[in-house]
Design a protein. Structure first.
Length: 220
């Protein structure tokens, strides 16, 4: 027997044993709990508003529940009715002999769809100035009040409507007996138009009516 040949007791060690040992080391490390884990997230604490801000917000909300929200963008509509009711008296000042000519000249510059305004405004030429002036001031106040509360604006304009509507009921119809039929009809149609406008504003923009966000104007 050749003595130079080494005696081999088993198969030569290969790479498999090293891979198995490495995998066991990785598995043992994964099973070991990580003591240096991420710190728990701190709970966000909401800062409470100061009592003065809470009281102010509650006061504004209580005000809006009764008076409505500010809606300055509605002011031009209130001013339009103030102008239509007041212009007949301006026409009498500009041309005492022919105020209807002044009214027709103004309405003639407007779109054709607004031509009925001529008879409506002419139907209020009979109204005395001491009735028309307070009504005009109330409608102007209504337009100004839209910046703070829409329902207050409706109230001021409704007051003007009551004054002029009452005047029409008590002596306006008699004063219009000699006027043209279009003017007699136009006088009460103008009252009805303003009443419908105020009714829709109070219904759609009232404090207890849900509406789109773009209708709102926040108070400063």
């Amino acid at each position: 027997m050749n003595q130079n040949n080494p005696i081999i007791d088993g198969p030569p060690p290969g790479n498999w044993q090293r891979m198995i040992d490495a995998w066991r080391a990785i598995a043992a490390r994964l099973r070991r709990p990580d003591k240096a884990g991420p710190a728990p997230k701190a709970r966000k604490v909401r800062s409470k508003a100061p009592p003065e801000a809470v009281a102010a917000a509650a006061e504004v909300k209580a005000f809006e529940q009764i008076h409505g929200k500010p809606m300055l963008w509605m002011a031009p509509f209130f001013l339009a009715f103030a102008f239509v009711f007041a212009f007949p008296h301006a026409a009498k000042l500009l041309s005492p002999e022919a105020p209807r000519t002044v009214i027709d000249a103004l309405v003639g510059r407007l779109p054709e769809q607004l031509s009925p305004l001529s008879a409506m405004m002419a139907g209020w030429l009979w109204l005395p100035w001491f009735v028309a002036l307070p009504a005009l001031l109330m409608r102007l106040r209504a337009a100004w009040t839209t910046r703070s509360a829409i329902m207050d604006a409706v109230g001021w304009s409704m007051g003007a409507l009551v004054i002029e509507g009452g005047a029409w009921l008590y002596f306006g119809r008699k004063a219009l007996e000699s006027a043209a039929a279009a003017e007699r009809t136009g006088a009460w149609q103008l009252l009805v138009a303003e009443f419908i406008f105020l009714f829709l504003v109070a219904t759609i923009l009232g404090p207890h009516t849900p509406r789109p966000r773009y209708f709102n104007q926040h108070m400063r």
